[in-house]
Design a protein around this ligand. Structure first.
Ligand SMILES: NC(=O)c1ccc[n+]([C@@H]2O[C@H](COP(=O)([O-])OP(=O)(O)OC[C@H]3O[C@@H](n4cnc5c(N)ncnc54)[C@H](OP(=O)(O)O)[C@@H]3O)[C@@H](O)[C@H]2O)c1
Length: 334
């Protein structure tokens, strides 16, 4: 039986997610309903993507008994409030990154999922790509020896996008794209808590971060370096340096199609989209959709690819980074 998805929010990433879904077998994945704050937007989205039910409120989607999984594609600032709505209604939830605005909100979402005994995952889609699966395999077999340094870059000029720059919309480089660099480091170091975090950055006039550099130290003389920016492009790649060679995930490292291991490059093709996409390589969202389906079929309440413990640690690191750089959101005092 197909996994019946409900899409929450009729914006850019929900569009891309729905296009990616069309690259998977219809017998496995079906978008059963879409909800937006306005019925007209939901209906337009439903027409474009061939979705049978359209709702003009998120509450109606939460009350739809014929939904197995909600994809939460709304702004970061809404993840906590809208996530709790669905979790309290007993829905399984795949929530876009960043999970929420701070670690307190993240732990609230996880507690709600436990109370309702439902599945919950932060949509760090990178972890579900074949390239990342291969990186984990190579690390597990020790192919580059002892990993000493991990570097990750993500620079994407987006100062023209309101949700990237405005504080009340959850703007800033860290929560939007820095999260991908930090999660990559945590994946390589198996979700280990860093021994130290040193962050510096520059802010926009709105008070959110334009660019940041984060250096972390881990046990066993291991280190990580991340640089990210919403002002300038960067290589957007990630490098794992070991005592016996290097693994390089070529840009875009958050949705990669090329891996270089000890100098040898391998390509991983993505399917073509049936409609134009808003973001790079978005048909790769298919991998996290399939990961979620496999988890549901196994009766899991979280994904081993992106465990909830990694999401909590990620949020705690981002809280500390923001504290050091001086980025404060209204949600921090609520
Ligand atoms: N995985 C990825 O590669 C990827 C890429 C881009 C974004 N994202 C994540 O996806 C989320 C949405 O990003 P997006 O680019 O799709 O954003 P978007 O299109 O600007 O907005 C998404 C939805 O959020 C709701 N929304 C917009 N403005 C709002 C406001 N002022 N107050 C309350 N709700 C508002 C709207 O829902 P309605 O349709 O119901 O009105 C809108 O459709 C973000 O958390 C982002 O980090 C992930």
């Amino acid at each position: 039986m197909a996994t019946r998805w409900g899409i929450c929010g009729a914006g850019k990433i929900s569009h891309d997610f729905s296009v990616a879904m069309k690259t998977l077998p219809a017998g496995d994945h079906q978008i059963a309903a879409v909800a937006a704050r306005s019925l007209q937007r939901a209906q337009e989205f439903a027409k474009k993507h061939g979705v049978s039910r359209a709702y003009g409120s998120y509450e109606e989607l939460a009350g739809d008994p014929e939904i197995d999984m909600v994809y939460l594609g709304v702004l970061h600032t809404e993840h906590w409030r809208v996530g709790l709505l669905f979790l309290k209604a007993g829905k399984n939830v795949l929530c876009e990154k960043p999970f929420a605005m701070n670690s307190r909100q993240v732990t609230d979402l996880i507690a709600a999922s436990k109370r309702s005994n439902v599945f919950l995952m932060e949509a760090i889609w990178s972890r579900c790509f074949p390239v990342h699966a291969e990186v984990r395999r190579l690390l597990a077999e020790g192919s580059v020896g002892d990993v000493k340094l991990v570097k990750a870059y993500f620079g994407s000029p987006q100062l023209h996008i309101p949700r990237s720059v405005e504080k009340e919309l959850g703007g800033g480089a860290l929560l939007d794209i820095g999260v991908y660099c930090l999660q990559f480091v945590l994946m390589v170091f198996n979700g280990e808590r860093p021994q130290s975090i040193q962050a510096t950055g520059v802010l926009l006039d709105s008070g959110v971060d334009e660019s940041m550099v984060v250096v972390m130290k881990f046990s066993g003389k291991r280190m990580a370096f991340c640089a990210f920016s919403i002002a300038v492009p960067l290589p957007n790649d990630a490098t794992i340096s070991g005592t016996n060679g290097t693994i390089k995930v070529l840009g875009p490292m958050h949705c990669p199609t090329s891996l270089v291991v000890k100098g040898k490059e391998t390509q991983y093709a993505l399917p073509e989209p049936c409609l134009p996409l808003n973001f790079t390589n978005s048909t790769g969202l298919r991998y996290e959709a399939e990961e979620v389906r496999q988890c549901l079929l196994k009766g899991l309440k979280e994904s081993p690819r992106m465990p909830l413990s990694d999401s909590v640690l990620l949020a705690e690191i981002m809280d500390e980074v923001r504290k050091q750089v001086g980025v404060v959101f209204s949600q921090d005092s609520q």
